[in-house]
Design a protein around this ligand. Structure first.
Ligand SMILES: Nc1nc2c(ncn2[C@@H]2O[C@H](COP(=O)(O)OP(=O)(O)O)[C@@H](O)[C@H]2O)c(=O)[nH]1
Ligand SMILES: [Mg+2]
Length: 484
């Protein structure tokens, strides 16, 4: 029986024990049923960061369609769930559980969300159902973000990510920041503390967002962003707060996936201008409109609205480097954006651990429900929940991986631990750094060598407790490889 089945069984046991208790309401049973359903849903990944860090744009880029609003409407002020659905739908829950189906309006390829007369503070849940292969894998949750000048929006975001009661409804978080700001350090620290107490998401991927703007778009490349993210990876303020830090331009990724022939033609015409004329025209949107060019004004306006000046510069430089038709430019924009690396990291960090992360979240939720409704009938189930959380080695691995960045160990040791604990994939070969076709005999020999190595590390004098626990878990992971 695998971990998910064990969790399913415990939820089932809790439901049948509690259903015999007349004091237990239908509401609690519904909570338990939701907890059970969660095991069959895709993994929940929340996008977090400050306001305007590019969360909604990146969500659209990941899905490949403009379904998350980026304009300053009421909708961008509430936490919005995007989940798989055979047909598009928008469901609003508000004012103490009232459900309203909102119309699905699309204009110029964008979904227009409109809460109607319901203000953001009355919204309990806004959910967009959309047919999308990415949403088959992940339920994405767009948070409005934190901002020093919008108290209610920040409060809603923090209540979702770091709730005072219960646990964060997301299994994993993609955290976006444009540069290193003290508010990011504070929020990241709080997310980590929450994860440490078992009430927060266990996986966090850091993203240097709006990467095309890093140097003001001057070099028309993402090299500056790559340099900055390398610096940030070793920045002392961020020490212990992240394992991955990827430069991504959600805007370029989105434009690549939604590029129209007409936009390409306008960009191509601009790219063909004499360099001095082009340079002068690209100084600002106003100059681009005012310059006397044989390009229709609505086409220029459209380009500024969708690409922005930095995006236009980058697209032109990609055309000049050889992207000579719309499909080629679309491919280059996406390749340049860093989206593929983000997708890959999502898949190695979260995809391969999908079932375990969900099982862990469901178990934590079950635990908090049982704690709230203590009853002699559920003592046995409660103990089993705690035992499973403490003894199940894959949960131990998940928790240790979440805390790996904070261990006081040299970087090569951290990387080796990340591998052996299954942070880069859970196959024996990935854990031991072997080729996928390594023979069982060779795998076993290397696993034994790894056990000896981590044992030796355990003998280090003055070893702190968290590091010692992590080395012990590494030994257990290797023993599990040998046993299987
Ligand atoms: N240049 C550039 N602009 C971006 C990028 N991502 C978002 N933006 C712009 O930044 C603004 C805020 O973006 P949005 O996605 O709504 O941010 P959110 O508040 O974090 O959801 C919008 O005007 C976007 O067009 C990006 O990767 N590059
Ligand atoms: Mg947004």
């Amino acid at each position: 029986m695998d971990t998910v089945d064990l969790v399913r069984m415990l939820i089932h046991d809790a439901r049948s024990e509690l259903s015999a208790d007349p004091r237990i309401s239908a509401e609690i049973d519904a909570e338990l049923a939701a907890c059970q359903r969660r095991l069959d849903e895709p993994l929940r990944v929340a996008l977090a960061g400050t306001l305007k860090s590019g969360k909604s744009t990146l969500l659209n880029a990941l899905v490949g369609e403009e379904i998350a609003p980026t304009d300053a409407t009421e909708c961008t002020r509430v936490v919005t769930w995007f989940s798989r659905s055979a047909t598009p739908r928008v469901d609003l829950t508000h004012d103490g559980g009232q459900h309203t189906a909102l119309p699905v309006n699309r204009a110029a390829g964008r979904l227009r969300l409109d809460l109607g007369p319901v203000s953001a503070d009355r919204v309990e849940r806004l959910e967009v159902g959309w047919p999308s292969s990415l949403l088959d894998q992940y339920t994405l949750i767009d948070t409005p973000g934190t901002s020093s000048n919008s108290y209610d929006v920040s409060a809603r975001t923090l209540k979702f990510l770091t709730p005072d009661e219960g646990s964060c409804p997301a299994d994993a978080i993609v955290y976006l920041m444009r540069s290193l700001h003290s508010t990011d350090v504070t929020l990241l620290r709080s997310l980590h503390e929450h994860a440490g107490t078992g009430r927060g998401a266990l996986g966090i991927i850091g993203v240097l967002s709006r990467a095309d703007e890093t140097d003001g778009g001057r070099t028309a490349s993402l090299d500056a962003a790559r340099q900055l993210s390398t610096q940030l990876r070793t920045d002392r303020q961020l020490a212990g707060l992240h394992r991955d830090f990827l430069p991504v331009s959600g805007l370029l990724a989105l434009r690549g996936q939604t590029l129209r022939q007409r936009e390409f033609v306008t960009l191509f015409q601009l790219a063909a201008l004499p360099p001095d004329v082009l340079e002068a025209a690209l100084v600002s949107p106003g100059r681009l409109m005012a310059t006397d060019l044989a390009i229709a004004t609505p086409d220029r306006e459209q380009l500024v609205a969708t690409f922005g000046m930095v995006g236009i510069r980058i697209a032109i430089s990609l055309i000049c480097s050889g992207a000579s038709d719309a499909p080629a430019l679309a491919t280059e924009l996406v390749r340049h954006s860093g989206l593929d690396q983000l997708r890959e990291t999502l898949s190695t960090r979260f995809g391969s651990r999908n079932r375990q992360l969900k099982a862990h979240s469901a178990l934590r939720t079950l635990r908090s429900i049982l704690l709230r409704h203590r009853s002699p009938r559920t003592v046995r189930v409660f103990r089993s929940v705690d035992r499973l959380l403490a003894d199940n080695h894959c949960f131990t691995e998940l928790r240790l991986l979440a805390g790996l960045a904070a261990l006081p160990v040299p970087e090569p040791t951290r990387i080796a631990l990340d591998h052996v604990l299954g942070g880069r994939g859970t196959s024996a070969a990935t854990r031991l750094g072997l080729p996928p076709d390594a023979s069982p005999t060779h795998t076993r020999a290397i696993a034994l060598r790894a056990i000896r190595y981590w044992h030796d590390q355990l003998g280090e004098p003055l070893l702190d407790q968290p590091t010692a626990r992590t080395y012990q878990a590494a030994i257990r992971s290797c023993e599990a490889i040998i046993a299987s």
